[in-house]
Design a protein around this ligand. Structure first.
Ligand code: UDP
Ligand code: MG
Length: 136
């Protein structure tokens, strides 16, 4: 099948803390995004800072890195047709208030910072982000 891609998804600390791992994984599975690899980890603030380096000039950068390293997260490789765009569609807008009905962020997000999930925004970044967490 053409157009099969891989993308990186993260279930963020607010969702892990509320035991939403299975609910969120089921949304991916039901929408034909196969979970090729998954691990629960707890990263350091330095690792979060490296992961979110593209945002280093943003005013929310420090809080964002503190947040992603504040508790366990689940990092996953999702695979499927147009996986990068499909995952972004299932996630919904960055701010849960703006997210469409039935998106993950609308269903589970608490606020713009505690928005439950991360997803790569391009195929190029997906490759970098997968390599960041799953390099072998
Ligand atoms: N974020 C934040 N405040 C903002 C914008 C973003 O705390 O004003 C956080 C939010 O958790 C978001 C992450 O920074 O998911 C990365 O921002 P980006 O613009 O890349 O949003 P995303 O790609 O996650 O939708
Ligand atoms: Mg982003």
């Amino acid at each position: 099948m053409s157009n099969v891609e891989q993308t990186l998804s993260i279930i963020k600390p607010d969702a892990v803390e509320r035991n939403l791992i299975e609910e969120i994984k089921n949304i991916f599975i039901k929408n034909n995004l196969n979970i090729k690899n998954s691990k629960k980890i707890h990263i350091t603030k330095d690792e979060a800072a490296e992961f979110y380096k593209v945002h280093q000039s943003k005013p929310f950068y420090n809080d964002l890195c503190g947040y992603l390293s504040s508790g366990p997260i689940v990092v996953m490789i999702l695979e499927g047709k147009s996986a990068v765009a499909e995952n972004r569609k299932l996630m919904g807008a960055t701010n849960p208030k703006d997210a469409q009905e039935n998106t993950i962020r609308k269903l589970y997000g608490i606020s713009i910072d505690k928005n439950s999930v991360h997803g790569s925004d391009s195929l190029e970044n997906a490759k970098k982000e997968i390599n960041f967490f799953f390099k072998n």
